[in-house]
Ligand binder design. Structure first.
Ligand code: GLN
Length: 489
């Protein structure tokens, strides 16, 4: 049996959050049975997909039982009551292994919860476990995990995208109703596109980063994956809001994302940037995205062609800023305080060196080297400062565009899911896969990926919707319109 033939039962759409919550409230389903059902699927399918790195069954069953008790009393249920959710392994969960996909954190158990995790718990979510990802969220294919690659449930020979590969794959295979991921340069949107699910990059500051293991602090964001736009809106509503534990957290009021997802798009102005439809874009991906744009036009959107002329600089700028910040953030993994310590060290300096040498994988080391170089005396002005200057131009370009349009639509990635191993020996080719996602990361704006069709081989294609700072409601509106058409086809 080939991998392709074995995927049938793997691909399943979760029930919607709204339906699950209603059935728990009406007592037609028990939260504990729903959770058991998810653990049974995980047991059956995770060996093939490798999405979960750790399961938190005892905690989950306890939470589910508490929700059932609340329902039995007829108490009003919180927003995510009984909803099974998985968490990317870069977010701290108290007492639970939190590895960031790295050997260096193999035995690390944080003494506290990330704010995003706390918010899910407080909203009644049943947290199933921790999800595989590229080491320290560095990658676009999930092949950089120290715990093995995640496989795409649509085709097990292909990557699920990265770095939040486990988060995307588990929603696509219904091993969770929704999941948390993180996106620094595309790590929510690109895997959502490859696995055929919805993934949201909230505006920088919209969701607290407290308890997130940092990769590049000026770019890192936490956001949801779900099987539908409405479910993603429900989860973001719970995650969003000010947190005094994160100094970059925003105080702007949180919009009604769920209502936005059911509003029509008549009269919305949609920008289509020429630079995102040029060389390197797979023709089948282009066709699916163009069909999505046609659907928006048919639903009353005004389609405007726009220019984002500096887009070509985004990849070098991103890979300078992200690696520079990573080299600083990862200095804390020195064998002293967290995780792995080499046993062959003979003195302090060899303990630092060997712990890092043995604990980090190849891609993480490459980034630390690149970042340290870009920040070093004599090169700082030429690389890091220059990159920051161009970053500002990219952000201003988006601000100007959002003076004329309400949202921008592009492909999420230039291709559908590639084969495992296809790009793993060629870092440049891998970095170029992020060409359409890193711009929004650098500009701090919000975005999402919504499925808009498939290639002839049946691989999902994602359409990216970008919105201005705190424009989440607008992008949910547009995404729901794309989803309505993609579904009815
Ligand atoms: N693929 C990009 C990188 O490797 C983005 C990763 C991310 O968003 N965490 O840096």
């Amino acid at each position: 049996m080939s991998a392709q033939e074995s995927v049938g039962p793997l691909r399943q759409k979760p029930q919607s959050i709204r339906k699950l919550r209603a059935s728990i409230a009406e007592r037609s389903q028990r939260a504990i049975d729903i959770a058991e059902g998810y653990y049974a699927r995980i047991e059956r399918f995770n060996p093939q997909i490798n999405a979960y790195l750790a399961l938190t069954r005892d905690q989950a069953m306890e939470q589910a039982a508490a929700i059932d008790a609340q329902a039995a009393k007829g108490d009003p249920l919180p927003l995510l009551a009984g909803i099974p959710i998985g968490v990317k392994d870069v977010l701290a969960m108290r007492g639970v292994p939190t590895t960031a996909g790295s050997r260096i954190l193999e035995k690390y158990r944080p003494p506290y919860d990330a704010t995003a995790v706390t918010r899910l718990r407080n909203a009644g979510a049943v947290l199933l476990g921790k999800l595989n990802c590229d080491e320290f969220a560095m990658g676009s294919s999930n092949e950089n995990s120290a715990y093995g690659p995640v496989r795409n449930p649509v085709d097990l020979d292909r990557v699920p995208g990265g770095s939040s590969g486990g988060s995307a794959a588990s929603v696509a295979a219904d091993l969770a109703v929704a999941t948390l991921g993180t996106d620094t340069g595309g790590s929510i949107r690109q895997p959502a596109s490859f696995c055929g699910v919805v993934g949201v990059l909230p505006t920088y500051g919209r969701v607290s980063r407290y308890g997130l293991i940092a990769f590049a602090s000026s770019l890192d964001r936490v956001g949801p994956f779900a099987a539908s736009v409405q479910d993603a809106a429900e989860v973001l509503h719970v995650l969003a809001g000010h947190d005094s534990l994160d100094a970059t957290s925003a105080t702007q009021p949180v919009g009604d994302y769920v209502a936005a997802a059911s509003q029509d798009v008549k009269g919305m102005r949609i920008g289509i940037p020429e630079e995102y439809f040029g060389e390197g874009l797979d023709p089948e991906v282009r066709a699916a995205v163009e069909a999505g744009i046609d659907a928006l036009r048919a639903q009353g959107c005004e389609i405007r062609h726009i220019r984002l002329k500096h887009t070509q600089y985004a990849i070098p700028v991103y890979y300078l800023v992200a690696t520079a910040e990573a080299s600083a953030n990862l200095a804390r993994f020195d064998g002293v305080r967290f995780g792995y310590r080499s046993t062959s060290a003979t003195n302090l300096s060899s303990m630092y060196k060997l712990s890092r040498e043995e604990g980090f994988g190849a891609e993480v080391k490459r980034r630390i080297l690149l970042g340290t170089y870009a920040l070093s005396a004599g090169y700082y002005d030429a690389y890091y400062r220059k990159a920051q200057q161009v970053r500002r131009i990219l952000a201003e370009e988006f601000c100007q565009a959002f003076g004329e349009v309400d949202a921008i639509v592009t492909p999420t990635a230039p291709t559908a899911a590639f084969r495992i191993g296809e790009k793993s020996d060629d870092p440049m080719a891998m970095y170029l896969a992020d060409i359409y996602t890193v711009t929004a990361s650098l500009a701090g704006i919000c975005g999402l990926s919504v499925p808009c069709g498939t290639t002839t081989a049946g691989l999902p294609v994602g359409l990216q919707v970008l919105g201005p700072h705190f424009g989440e409601s607008a992008i949910f509106r547009v995404a729901a319109a794309v989803e309505r058409t993609a579904k009815s086809e």
